[in-house]
Structures are given as structure tokens and as C-alpha cells.
Design a protein around this ligand. Structure first.
Ligand code: M6P
Ligand code: ZN
Length: 192
């Protein structure tokens, strides 16, 4: 009879309260100090507590970075808050291999996925259960417009890599800001 082994690697990795724990997983913290030149008002950001946690990324990397054909799986926990009137957000990136795409999906909380490529910019609402396909050659970042931690899942190719050259506050073509208590999507006044 065929022998079937319970894979110890898979059994050791767990999704616990939307965090990833166990084999081949690691967590990355992004604090206010790590977000230089990401928000419109760099003076306000630099005056905030540098240790304040903006977001955490939990990732499961079963293969080495750069491995062709593999996948990575992650969850981002993005805190609520603003820098001036701009909501907390991830740095945002394109992929070092630009043709690589990615899936995002909403787990908890509410926010926006901001995307732009050479021809257009667009924004998708994130809520529990929402599914988002990020095409290749498209910059992407998430923004927390709610009062609770925004938790978003992600799956991307293990050879996609990250290119953060788009994160300068002047580069994203669209920003999400709080206007009289409402989330408003506006063209980035610093763009261009
Ligand atoms: C998702 C994935 C990760 C990414 C993370 C945070 O989990 O897209 O690859 O690192 O979001 O985004 P950023 O790297 O732009 O800070
Ligand atoms: Zn990505």
C-alpha cells in the first residue's frame, strides 16, 4: 500500500488570530521611523514617536527568495491612525520582476488598495472577504481608513522581489486622506 507521511513542515505552520506562526514564517515590523518620505507631511511624521508600530508583515516563505515557480504567503496588520490627514499605509512597491502579479484579500478591518501603472491609477475597497488581483507592472499599497487594525492576506511569486523606488511621497499618483471624518481619494498633489 502507498505510504503517506504527514509533512512535518506543513503541520508546523499555523494561522493563529490572523498571524502566521511556526516553520518558515517570519515577522517584519514597520515603525514610524521606517516610513521616512512616504507621507505627504514629512515634518509631521518625523515629529511622531519613532517607535510607534505602523504595520507588521507575517510571511511564510517555504522556498528561498528568488526561487522561480514558488509562492510566498503573507498577512499584513496595518494599525489605524493618520499622519496629518493622511491615513496610515504600507510603503507600497512594485515587483523587482515587474511582470509578477499578486493576490490580496481582506480579512478584518476596512481600507483601500491603491494601484497605479503606466496608464492608470485606481483604488479598490478592502473589507473582510474582498479579493484583489494586483496585475504585473502595477504599484500597490494598502491604506487603513478604519478605527481597527486592517488585516490583509497576500500571495505572491517567490521570485517577484520588491522594488521600493516608487515609495517617495511624490511618486504614488493617488493619496487617501481624511476629509471631515471621511476617506477621500485624491490625486497626489506632490506627483510630477
Ligand atoms: C503584503 C505583501 C508583501 C509586502 C507587504 C507589505 O503582505 O505584498 O510582499 O512586503 O504586503 O508591503 P510593503 O512591502 O509595501 O511594505
Ligand atoms: Zn507585491
Amino acid at each position: 500500500m502507498l505510504q503517506v507521511d504527514l509533512a512535518p513542515h506543513a503541520a508546523a505552520t499555523r494561522f493563529v488570530e490572523s498571524r502566521l506562526e511556526g516553520g518558515a514564517t517570519h515577522a517584519t515590523d514597520r515603525r514610524v521611523a521606517d516610513m521616512k518620505d512616504v507621507f505627504q507631511d514629512e515634518t509631521l511624521r518625523s515629529g511622531m514617536d519613532p517607535d510607534r508600530l505602523m504595520y507588521q508583515v507575517f510571511a511564510h516563505e517555504a522556498v528561498n527568495q528568488g526561487t522561480p515557480g514558488g509562492l510566498f504567503f503573507g498577512v499584513t496588520h496595518l494599525s489605524p491612525g493618520t499622519v496629518g490627514n493622511e491615513y496610515f499605509m504600507t510603503k507600497g512597491h512594485t515587483h523587482a520582476r515587474p511582470e509578477c502579479a499578486e493576490y490580496y484579500w481582506g480579512i478584518e478591518g476596512t481600507g483601500f488598495l491603491v494601484l497605479f501603472n503606466a496608464t492608470r491609477a485606481w483604488v479598490e475597497e478592502i473589507a473582510p472577504g474582498s479579493l484583489h488581483y494586483v496585475p504585473g507592472r502595477t504599484a500597490h499599497r494598502i491604506v487603513n481608513t478604519g478605527d481597527v487594525v486592517l488585516k490583509v492576506g497576500a500571495c505572491w511569486p517567490s521570485d517577484a522581489g520588491h522594488d521600493y523606488s516608487v515609495i517617495k511621497s511624490t511618486a504614488f499618483t493617488v493619496i487617501i486622506r481624511n476629509t471631515d471624518g471621511r476617506a477621500q481619494c485624491v490625486p497626489n498633489p506632490a506627483f510630477g
